[in-house]
Design a protein around this ligand. Structure first.
Ligand code: SF4
Length: 292
């Protein structure tokens, strides 16, 4: 029997290798740049499964990202997707959703992009209840630029700019989102793929500002410097330490080294959206003008 070379294309194998959600992916951009064991592939995959469950097409949705490893997601999606400048995904997405309210606009970005440089945009979009879904993949550091500590790095954990351990208090992202006004707030890890997909479905369906945090491994930078090991080792810690507490007060969801990782749907409430308020204002203005 003749031995195959590694470059020989076997159609059935190629077919088998195709991702089930390949219609949402730009296959010509693959293979992706993400490291082995990174949680970003799972997060993106869960997002495509959510789109499939919602029966959304490329005409119904747009995705906006900022800069960083997570920001690469926009380039891999076969949708209207925009890779914006560092920290500016939310203002870009706000303009898009206001001009195209018929489209669901999703911001898909990382902790450094959304909560350091773009932190101010996040709190104001949540306060205004802009009709956006924000998915934040939180890997506790700036992975793309080499592992600097960021706004979610736990106290005592190491980064290239914190070789003896970070001494700044990190944000508790669900608490920040909830206290700023988000109407839906959930947190899962990349281990909880099915529950994460369900949370993304719920977040996209709900009008207003919705937020899902995805805790994910960055074995290349954060995992290595903090002696967590490979991506799989970090997933094992999620398995051991995750506690599902739906309805928990997000202020009790701090992520502390060695402690429980509280996950679940924390907030699900109704508030008028930014466009509801705007429309109401136009009606009152017209009534005022007529009465003059
Ligand atoms: Fe993922 Fe970290 Fe590699 Fe970036 S540097 S692709 S976050 S493992």
């Amino acid at each position: 029997m003749q031995r195959r070379t590694t470059h020989e294309v076997v159609p059935e194998v190629v077919e088998h290798r195709t991702h089930p959600m390949s219609r949402f992916l730009r296959s010509d951009r693959l293979p992706h740049i993400w490291c082995a064991g990174c949680g970003l592939g799972t997060a993106l995959s869960c997002f495509t499964y959510a789109l499939d469950e919602l029966e959304l097409t490329e005409h119904d949705i747009a995705v906006v990202s900022g800069i960083g490893c997570t920001g690469r997601a926009a380039g891999y999606l076969n949708l209207d997707s925009y890779h914006t400048t560092h920290g500016r995904a939310i203002p870009f997405a706000t303009g898009l959703t206001v001009v195209h309210p018929e489209k669901k606009v999703v911001v898909f970005s990382g902790d450094g992009d959304l909560f350091a440089i773009g932190g101010n945009h996040f709190i104001h979009a949540a306060r205004r209840n802009v009709d956006l879904t924000v998915l934040c993949v939180n890997n506790f550091n700036y992975g793309m630029t080499g592992g600097q500590f960021g706004p979610t790095t736990p106290v005592g954990c190491r980064g290239t700019t914190a070789p003896y351990g970070n001494y700044e208090n990190p944000f508790n992202l669900p608490y920040l989102a909830a206290s700023s006004g988000a109407v839906y707030v959930a947190r899962w890890t990349s281990l909880h793929a099915r529950r994460l997909k369900e949370a993304i479905v719920e977040a996209i369906m709900k009008p207003g500002f919705t937020f899902v945090e995805v805790i994910a491994p960055c074995p290349t930078n954060y995992g290595r410097r903090n002696r967590i090991g490979e991506g799989l080792d970090e997933l094992r810690t999620y398995e051991e330490r995750s506690v599902i507490r739906h309805g928990a007060d997000p202020k009790d969801a701090d992520l502390l080294p060695g402690r429980d990782v509280v996950v679940g749907t924390f907030i699900d409430r109704v508030r008028p959206t930014f466009l509801d308020m705007y429309d109401e204002q136009i009606v009152s203005r017209n009534q005022f003008e007529k009465a003059k």
